[in-house]
Design a protein. Structure first.
Length: 241
């Protein structure tokens, strides 16, 4: 017996096609620009059957957008969001004027963090990349305010309890040390909110700089700060291999 088509609200359906964010799609629906099976709809939750119901915007039938993935070397001081209620500068200022389609961040870096940040218009692919079960490891270079001991590196790998949550690194090693400061390499399976900062703080260590340098096999490399480039199909596929 054939399975029934999956239903989604029309705004979510448009977002899943990679054509707009869900909030932007909802605005299109409310303004009367969207039709389902030839009928104008105004409710963003109006049910649509994937692969069955024809959806059009401004009279043009919708089709899934070609997948686009961009990597950015995120500078410090930008927030990872499409728009910020506090009026802070966002990562999208690095992409402005480039003629790119709608893109959403694939995971996040907090305001004070730097380095490799991905964007895509394919929500399903993005979910696989950010999932601990299917996504690649994330590697960070972290400057700390002290010289690391063997005990600290062991503690990072074993994990600590923070506000009822177990935080741990998949791997942690010392990269280089100065007179008072050092750089660590820390690998995470998943990037929870401020995980490295919270983990190190619980160990009595302050973070001076935090740079994401790898997502799986994809390296930040020599991409200048604030610059971006498109990923090729092989790079995209490798992130979910």
């Amino acid at each position: 017996m054939a399975s029934k088509p999956v239903r989604h609200g029309v705004a979510r359906h448009i977002s899943r096609l990679g054509l707009a964010s869900r909030s932007e799609a909802a605005a299109w629906v409310r303004s009367g620009r969207v039709r389902v099976k030839g009928r104008a709809v105004h409710d963003p939750e109006f049910p649509v059957r994937d692969g069955v119901d024809a959806v059009a915007i401004d009279g043009a039938d919708m089709a899934a957008a070609s997948r686009v993935v961009v990597m950015l070397n995120k500078p410090r001081g930008l927030v990872t969001t499409t728009r910020d209620e506090q009026g802070r500068a966002t990562v999208y200022q690095c992409l402005a004027g480039a003629g790119l389609p709608w893109l959403a961040p694939v995971g996040r870096l907090d305001k004070a963090s730097e380095g490799l940040l991905l964007f895509s218009n394919d929500p399903a692919w993005a979910a696989r990349v950010t999932s601990p079960a299917t996504g690649p490891d994330k590697t960070y270079h972290v400057q700390i305010d002290q010289l690391p001991s063997a005990r600290l590196l062991q503690q990072l790998a074993q994990g600590v309890e923070v506000d009822g949550e177990r935080l741990r690194a998949k791997a942690a090693r010392s990269l280089r040390s100065g007179a008072r400061h050092a750089w660590l390499e820390i690998v995470l399976v998943e990037g929870r909110n401020r995980q490295i900062r919270r983990l190190l703080e619980a160990c009595g260590v302050a973070v001076l700089r935090l740079v994401r340098v790898h997502i799986g096999s994809l390296a930040l490399g020599e991409l200048p700060k604030g610059q971006w480039r498109l990923l090729g199909e092989q790079e995209i596929a490798a992130l979910c291999a």
